[in-house]
Write a protein that binds this ligand. Structure first.
Ligand code: JFZ
Length: 465
């Protein structure tokens, strides 16, 4: 196994950054969508079987807010905005690549893109129903795009007219959702893009004195908006920054440091991912596991965000379905995250009318049914490495319990486990826990021939103290 140095990681990230920068600055070529995919592929290829050991000065937080976030393990990410109206199509043509990137990928001029504001009218938006759906899915927190790279704000911001108030719908989308989520006991996380393709003061790079003056104004705007987000919709438990790769942001790490401190001053206890920082520091956790999992257990807190299909986070009218994840795939990704001390966010891209596509609802429903029976193995659980576990079985631990989550049911009627001393064992089922006999303190015997769960069944082991 190789260990990657901070410098070489920096190079990899820079390469990734400059490609996106090129997209932002010179406009995307038709092949950019695939370029983006390739860059991601190359990134994981170059990382390969490598463990990123650079924790960038990370300090583990063990205060109640952070412990809560860590215990939550499972959340839902929502990409929603005026790009959802376009749904991956522009001028009658499908635009390949991430739907929320359509403005860049299809070279849409501001005046044309702004037309979407007049078409965004989510009359079927039902935040209470959303919150109930997410609750039934088993999600403990939600992260919604309050502003993506296009700069459109889903709340009525005092600092811009490029927001929900300018749409036929007019009403703020964020507060009703925040309230509905909290009513269901779900924590509220807000995504905010540092990159802004709409604000005329935004700069991707700072070449001239004028750029610097404009960008300084933009940073004031950004902070004003962050203040709105953290004071109007509170308590906000997570702020999820994104879009730190432009050189304007990267060239001055102080900007990210100040922003992080500003958020903490407004909302003590808030959990902030590392994308707030210009690649110089980790903040509270590593949010870089995007559409991929780490090879081995990271040393820091971390979170993986995942699409249900290809690389489109916002609603895409004609998804290819390439890489459609089944409910079982989603449960397995969640399990693998928990079994490596990480959190998992599954993304949805609601339709412009405010409804959630049936393919996504079906997946969330099935994941929820699985979580209803098996959640003990996930919430509050941490890694518990067991040597030579059969393939498709993952282990987590919570207190004196170890959970074996079997996506592949053992084809033997006994299962011998290394390094554990078991007091008692049971199988979690829809009809409650069923006892499983234990032989010699470490061997489960008389396992049923079939898994009781078509996704994965959980064996709960109580360890001897
Ligand atoms: C960003 C956005 O550009 C994208 O639209 C979406 O919101 C996603 C969640 O985040 O995309 C990224 C950001 C960082 C990496 C990859 C895609 N990365 O570090 O590999």
């Amino acid at each position: 196994m190789n260990f990657i140095t901070a410098a070489s990681l920096g190079k990899i990230l820079n390469r990734w950054g400059s490609t996106l920068l090129a997209a932002t600055l010179v406009g995307a070529t038709p092949s950019l969508a695939s370029a983006q995919t390739n860059v991601t592929a190359n990134l994981s290829k170059s990382l390969g079987d490598v463990v990123v050991q650079d924790t960038k000065g990370w300090v583990r937080r063990d205060d109640p807010a952070m412990v809560k976030w860590r215990d939550d393990r499972f959340g839902i990410m929502i990409h929603w905005g005026i790009y959802s109206v376009a749904g991956g199509w522009w001028n009658g043509k499908e635009v390949k690549g991430a739907a929320e990137w359509i403005k860049a990928f299809a070279h849409v001029p501001n005046a044309d893109y702004d037309q979407l504001v007049g078409q965004f009218n989510p009359t079927n938006y039902d935040p209470v129903a959303w919150a109930k759906l997410f609750k039934a899915t088993g999600a403990k927190y939600v992260v919604i795009t309050t502003k993506h790279h296009d700069g459109f704000c889903l709340w009525d911001s005092k600092f811009t007219d490029f927001d929900i108030a300018a749409t036929p719908y007019k009403k703020d989308l964020i507060k009703p959702l925040a309230e509905a989520l909290r009513a269901e006991g779900i924590d509220v996380g807000l995504y905010y893009s540092i990159i802004d393709w709409h604000n005329p003061d935004y700069r991707a790079s700072l070449k001239t004195p004028e750029d610097k003056i404009a960008y300084a104004r933009y940073l004031v705007y950004l902070k004003n908006q962050v203040k709105e987000l953290l004071t109007k919709f509170g308590p906000v438990t997570t702020i999820w920054f994104d879009g730190r790769w432009d050189s304007s942001y990267k060239s001055n790490p102080q900007t990210g440091q100040d922003l992080e401190a500003y958020c903490r001053s407004l909302s003590p206890g808030i959990v902030i991912g590392d994308r707030v920082r210009a690649y110089d520091a980790m903040a509270d956790y590593n949010s870089g596991y995007e559409r991929k999992l780490p090879v081995t257990q990271p040393l820091t807190d971390w979170e993986c965000c995942m699409t249900m299909t290809e690389n489109a986070w916002g609603y895409h009218r004609t998804w290819t379905g390439n890489g459609w994840k089944t409910p079982g795939d989603i449960c397995e990704l969640l399990t693998r995250c928990a079994a490596m001390n990480g959190n998992f966010l599954i993304n949805i891209g609601p339709k412009p009318d405010g409804s959630i596509r049936p393919e996504e609802v079906a997946r969330l429903d099935r994941v929820g049914a699985w979580m209803k029976i098996n959640h003990d193995a996930i919430y509050g659980a941490e890694a518990f490495p067991i040597k030579d576990l059969p393939e498709g079985i993952y282990a987590t631990r919570k207190g004196d319990h170890v959970y074996l989550i079997a996506f592949r049911w053992p084809d033997t009627d006994k299962l011998k486990l290394a390094g554990v001393s078991i007091a008692s064992a049971s199988l979690l089922t829809a009809d409650g826990a069923k006892p499983i006999a234990v032989e010699g303190g470490n061997t489960l015997v008389g396992l049923p021939m079939e898994s009781p769960d078509t996704i994965a069944a959980v064996l709960a082991l109580e360890l001897k103290d």
